[in-house]
Ligand binder design. Structure first.
Ligand code: NDP
Length: 629
């Protein structure tokens, strides 16, 4: 029997693509004018400063864990070879590989009560991943499991994280409910002194940090926000005690007779609003900027079908996804979703336009093709809003007037439909946001909306200082802090190594692969890189591995050498992708920087870098691994 090269979608699954028709020059010009007008409504002088921490405003803050009781434990005072900060997919995948490679003297510090990271904390109803589970969930084959659906819900993702932690026996290495306070490089002993808020004081020869890009929830700086007397929560700390129900989508029975307001209509709002709308007496969605919501086309997957795939399928599919997202071309598309469809559409358009002129494409052709195909695509997504939402004014107000990649593209099959419920009301603020909040509700354009509950789906800190976001400080050589080293933007080599911070490894995606459409791919690729470095260090008998300043500077110059960036652009509406619409200086560019040739090229470059044995750019006790490298 031949197994199809992508998951067969059962009959009745909504078509994943939108039928986009060409626009003429006048239509495109009018569209761009509208984009600029809508952007201008939203530009604010306070930019990223408009947000506030949860502390002092909400019952549950970033310091609280509503999901797992804190168990008292004795502080630890010892030494470990390897410390990993963060128990999300970064920590799990790296530590799994470390254990496999025989590095067993390791510890994982996690502020939550279990493994899972972002999927531990973000338990809002409806939470799910909009990247296909076959590539998003790491190490599926090793864990001997397959996802239940093309896109899976939060509980299944969290369960997978915990399954991996069990499979690789990581639990004995973890300190949960533990907040790292400081890491201090001890020059004399070539190790970090580690302090936690729980009283632990130990040392670690190597430290890796995988704290994720969006880990500090924030609130809008709406006047009077602290005066609200009802129940209020941020989606990253869901208060099931107040709402009833559960993370598996159980009815939130305590909202039945309540008037519930939701502030925030980004990727999180899109996912939780259908559940809140379903369960609340009345729901009011206070919208500053609509999200563009395309078809998701989710469907269950028959495990039998999966069982017929050849061994190694996940690596192959992961690579296929990266290839398509990086180049827009591949022999086949195993994933077939809105992400892969979007980039293939752009590349096809570029090839078509260049073929008309009989020449090979150059970088600017890609941007041109993006704009052309994007104008058609976003027009079709807006038309979909009219098809789904019955009330024409509501449908109009739900239309997004910006390019697809100005904000996180959203895919959902129940969000727009929710606005057809008689109890769900869209309060569009025409780009201004909520005016003020008082003890009993929310004000918009001079009108008061009495509320019992406010849900803030208002996102996370992005460009703020390292210490503020992480709650810890890292002291490198000569007590230089990471906050100081990065005060004008992140500076690294390959996104992983930082000059003046020996034996420290950043496990992220900025300044390296930067694959935003599938974050876990970035992490899983770091495992073999890190292990090859540690093995080389052990082989050389070196105490310290570090990147010299000149190498880091060269890398930064390479990152800054590209000016082609399809995410940004002057027509984008404000958001965390573009520094809230304020001028993007060096700091913001560095904090979003990526390997210029793209994710696929980075993965190929780093695979060669770790395989050729030269470890170019790194110094082991002040010397290159190979003389002359
Ligand atoms: P976002 O920052 O994307 O959205 C915040 C929302 O709050 C925006 O709609 C914003 O409006 C709104 N807002 C802020 N201030 C006000 C105000 N004063 N009045 C009214 N509205 C206001 O946060 P999210 O949590 O939605 O998403 C963050 C990221 O998390 C995503 O980009 C994505 O990377 C990730 N995510 C991924 C998911 C997945 O499926 N993999 C699912 C959910 C999140 P405005 O647009 O005008 O600023």
């Amino acid at each position: 029997m031949t197994v199809s090269r992508h998951i067969p979608a059962p009959e009745g699954t909504p078509a994943r693509t939108v039928a986009a028709a060409p626009l003429d020059t006048n239509e495109r010009a009018a569209l761009h004018e509208k984009y600029l007008a809508e952007r201008d409504k939203r530009i604010r002088t306070d930019g990223v400063q408009q947000y506030k921490p949860l502390r002092g405003i909400l019952k549950l803050t970033d310091e609280d864990d509503p999901y797992t009781p804190v168990m008292p434990r004795e502080p630890v005072h010892d030494h470990v070879d390897f410390l990993f900060l963060g128990g999300g997919f970064a920590g799990i995948t790296i530590c799994a590989r470390l254990k496999e490679a025989g590095f067993t003297n390791l510890r994982i510090i996690e502020s939550g009560g279990d493994f899972g990271g972002v999927w531990y904390w973000n338990r809002f109803p409806g939470a799910m991943c909009d990247t296909a589970a076959m590539v998003y969930l790491p190490m599926l084959e090793e864990a001997g499991t397959v996802p239940s659906a093309k896109y899976v819900r939060g509980p299944e993702i969290l369960a997978h994280a915990q399954r991996l932690a069990r499979t690789f026996d990581l639990y004995p290495h973890a300190l949960f409910h533990t907040h790292l306070e400081s890491l201090t490089w001890d020059e004399d002993n070539s190790r970090y002194k580690v302090k936690t808020r729980q009283g632990d004081e130990f040392t670690a020869t190597h430290v890796a940090m995988g704290t994720g890009p969006l880990n500090m929830p924030h609130l809008p700086g709406i006047p009077g926000i602290e005066t609200f007397n009802g129940t209020a929560m941020h989606t990253a700390r869901w208060d099931f005690e107040a709402t009833g129900g559960g993370w598996n989508g159980e009815t939130m029975d305590k909202l039945k007779n309540k008037r519930v307001g939701v502030i925030g209509t980004g990727a999180t709002g899109i996912q939780c609003i259908p559940h809140i709308g379903r369960d609340s007496g009345e729901t009011f969605i206070f919208q500053r900027t609509p999200s563009a919501v395309a078809v998701r086309g989710n469907h269950a997957i028959d495990p039998e079908w999966f069982s017929q795939l050849e061994k190694g399928w996940q690596t192959k599919w992961g690579r296929n996804f990266v290839q398509i997202m990086s180049t827009g071309m591949a022999e086949t598309d195993h994933i077939q979703d809105g992400w892969t469809d979007g980039v293939q559409r752009i590349t096809a358009r570029m090839m078509e336009e260049c073929a008309k002129e009989g020449r090979a494409p150059v970088a600017t052709d890609y941007i041109k093709a993006y704009h052309l195909s994007d104008d058609e695509y976003t027009t079709a997504v807006r038309a979909r809003t009219d098809e789904v939402v019955k009330d024409p004014t509501t449908a109009d107000n739900l239309k997004a007037w910006y390019r697809q990649f100005c904000k996180r593209p959203c895919f959902h099959d129940e969000y727009l439909e929710t606005f057809n419920r008689p109890t769900v009301h869209l309060v569009d603020t025409d780009g201004k946001g909520v005016e003020r909040i008082d003890a009993t509700g929310v004000w918009v354009a001079g009108k008061h909306y009495p509320l019992d509950v406010i849900v803030y789906a208002t996102g996370f800190e992005f460009n703020s200082d390292f210490t503020f976001k992480s709650g810890l400080e890292v002291y490198g050589r000569n007590r230089l802090t990471l906050t100081e080293a990065w005060k004008n933007g992140m500076r690294s080599y390959q996104g992983m190594h930082v000059h003046n911070f020996p034996n420290l490894f950043i496990i992220g995606f900025t300044q390296g692969s930067a694959l935003a459409s599938n974050i876990t791919s970035n992490y899983t690729d770091h495992g073999p890189t890190l292990i090859s470095i540690l093995k080389k260090k052990a082989e050389l008998g070196a105490k310290v591995v570090e990147v010299p300043k000149s190498v880091q500077d060269d890398w930064i110059n390479l990152l800054l050498s590209t000016t082609v960036d399809i995410l940004g652009g002057p027509e984008c509406t404000p958001g965390y992708y573009n520094n809230e619409g304020q001028e993007e200086g060096l700091k913001e560019r560095l904090n979003m920087a990526r390997y210029p040739a793209g994710s696929l090229a980075f993965f190929d470059y780093i695979a060669d870098w770790r395989a050729n044995g030269k470890f170019e750019g790194l110094e082991f006790d002040g010397k290159p691994a190979v003389v002359g490298a």
